[in-house]
Ligand binder design. Structure first.
Ligand code: SF4
Ligand code: SF4
Length: 285
């Protein structure tokens, strides 16, 4: 089974546009949205829901009011200001368990709470797994791992041998969880100074995790000098540059129409993505 992820140093580089077109070009594959904090791949690929399930993440303190004497010992002990005699803040509770030990009435327990919803659905291009984190819920790195595990299960169950994943921007725990044990990371960047800086951080993370990389420069003609610097940087790190895509209004129109670009148009950006996809197979092998 091969796993390919698109990543970017920051949001808004066109990573999901690229992944959506790769999904259309692959034709029949398993898709996973690992950008769980801002999942939007479903807007392009329109999965028809087949299954949903609860995502149980963090453990937090839960009080049994019938036992509570309102002595305030839990509030005095908590270092995270997560509990008062009236309530526990699910967003602030770190699940350390100190209040549970401190409570003289055994009124508190640690319980695993529902932190989000996991979705499985069918798109024109194969089954898709994505998730939605509950408001203020944390531990999204673990949710990425859960999405990936579910995508692997789907691939095994349905006999598919490729998983395409839309990863998160940045280098937080969600990026690490998306990169671990993947066969290829396609880093999508723009030729701005911040884009170059952020790309270098993602490259460093992928190198630490020993994940092979390739790169795509989006809107390369907006700043040809910076695009040339990125190409030089890629060459210096042995990162194949799959495409330097020009800026085209049609990309915005395809996204607004919620259609993968390669199915909406056959202009220079679409053609660049087709060529990039042709090269990817050799790199992920
Ligand atoms: S320590 Fe226990 S009994 Fe005291 S306020 Fe907290 S939950 Fe209630
Ligand atoms: S489990 Fe820890 S963080 Fe949560 S309320 Fe109790 S003492 Fe505070």
């Amino acid at each position: 089974m091969k796993q390919i992820v698109t990543l970017s140093g920051k949001g808004g580089t066109g990573k999901t546009t690229v992944l959506g077109s790769f999904a259309a070009l692959a034709g029949d594959t398993v898709l996973a949205d690992c950008d769980v904090d801002a999942a939007n791949l479903y807007l392009l690929l329109h999965p028809q829901p087949e299954r949903t399930g609860e995502y149980r993440g963090a453990r937090i303190a839960v009080r049994d009011p019938a036992r509570c004497a309102q002595c305030g010992e839990c509030e005095r002990r908590c270092r995270f200001d997560a509990i008062t005699v009236e309530a526990v803040s699910a967003a602030a509770c770190e699940g350390c368990g100190l209040c549970v030990l401190a409570c003289p009435r055994e009124a508190l327990t640690l319980q695993t709470v529902v932190n989000g919803v996991l979705y499985e659905g069918m798109t024109t291009y194969g089954p898709m797994v994505h998730a939605r984190l509950s408001p203020a819920a944390e531990n999204s790195g673990r949710l990425v791992t859960v999405v990936r595990q579910r995508a692997e299960e789907v691939a095994r169950r349905t006999g598919r041998s490729l998983i395409l994943m839309d990863g998160p921007p940045g280098i937080a725990c969600t990026a690490t969880a998306s990169l671990v044990d993947t066969d290829l990371a396609v880093i999508v960047t723009e030729p701005s100074l911040s884009g170059m800086h952020d790309m270098a951080r993602v490259v460093q993370l992928a190198e630490q995790l020993r994940v092979p990389m390739a790169a795509i420069i989006n809107k390369a003609d907006i700043n040809p000098d910076n695009a040339a610097d990125i190409a030089e940087f890629c060459a210096s790190r042995n990162i194949p540059l799959l495409a330097s895509l020009p800026f085209e209004e049609v990309v915005v129109k395809a996204n607004a129409a919620q259609i993968p670009l390669v199915e909406y148009d056959d202009g220079p950006v679409s053609q660049g993505l087709r060529k990039a996809w042709e090269r990817i197979w050799g790199l992920a092998g």
